[in-house]
Write a protein that binds this ligand. Structure first.
Ligand code: DAT
Ligand code: MG
Length: 149
C-alpha cells in the first residue's frame, strides 16, 4: 500500500488544528501507520528541505519549521500521495482549492499549515528520514474492505 509523509507544521499545532487535519485524513479513508509529536532539529529541517537550499525563502522556512513542535505522521492508502496533496491543497493558500486544508485555514505561503510528500519516491524517502521501521504500525482496519476496492 502506498505511503506518504505528512506533517502538521508549527502554525497548525499552535492554532489547534492537529485534530482537524487528522480527522480530514481519517474521513478520507487513509490509514494512519505512524505519528509522533516532536520538536524539529535544525539538522532534520535542513535535510528535509534540502532541495530548497539557496532559494530566497529557505532561511525563513527552516526558522518556521523549527520554531515550535510539529505532528509528524505516515498515512497509507491507494494513491495516498496524490490524495493527501489534494486534501492539503496547493502550496499557496490563495491558490488552494476550496475545501482543502490550506484554503480553509490559510492565507500565506509561509504559514501553509502542512507538509505532504509530492511523489511516491519522495514519500518513501521522507518516511525513512522521519521514522524508524519500529515506529510504523502494520495493521488491518476492519473498514478496509469498505474503503479499498
Ligand atoms: P509544498 O509544501 O506544497 O510541497 P514546496 O515543496 O514547493 O511546497 O515548498 C516547501 C515549503 O516552502 C512550502 O510549503 C512553503 C515554502 N515555500 C515554497 N515556495 C515559497 C515561496 N515562493 N515563498 C515563501 N515560501 C515558500
Ligand atoms: Mg514539497
Amino acid at each position: 500500500m502506498e505511503r506518504t509523509f505528512v506533517m502538521v507544521k508549527p502554525d497548525g499545532v499552535q492554532r489547534g488544528l492537529v485534530g482537524e487535519i487528522i480527522a480530514r485524513l481519517e474521513r478520507r479513508g487513509l490509514r494512519l501507520v505512524g505519528a509522533k509529536f516532536m520538536a524539529v532539529s535544525n539538522e532534520m529541517a535542513e535535510t528535509h528541505y534540502g532541495i530548497h537550499k539557496g532559494k530566497p525563502f529557505y532561511n525563513g522556512l527552516i526558522e518556521y519549521i523549527t520554531s515550535a513542535p510539529v505532528m509528524a505522521m505516515v498515512w497509507e492508502g491507494v494513491n495516498a500521495v496524490a490524495a493527501v496533496r489534494q486534501t492539503m491543497g496547493a502550496t499557496r493558500p490563495t491558490e488552494a482549492a476550496p475545501g482543502s486544508v490550506r484554503h480553509d485555514f490559510g492565507l500565506e505561503v509561509g504559514r501553509n499549515l502542512t507538509h505532504a510528500s509530492d511523489s511516491v519516491e519522495n514519500g518513501q524517502g521522507e518516511v525513512a528520514l522521519w521514522f524508524s521501521e519500529d515506529e510504523l504500525v502494520d495493521w488491518k482496519r476492519d473498514t478496509d474492505r469498505w474503503i479499498f476496492e
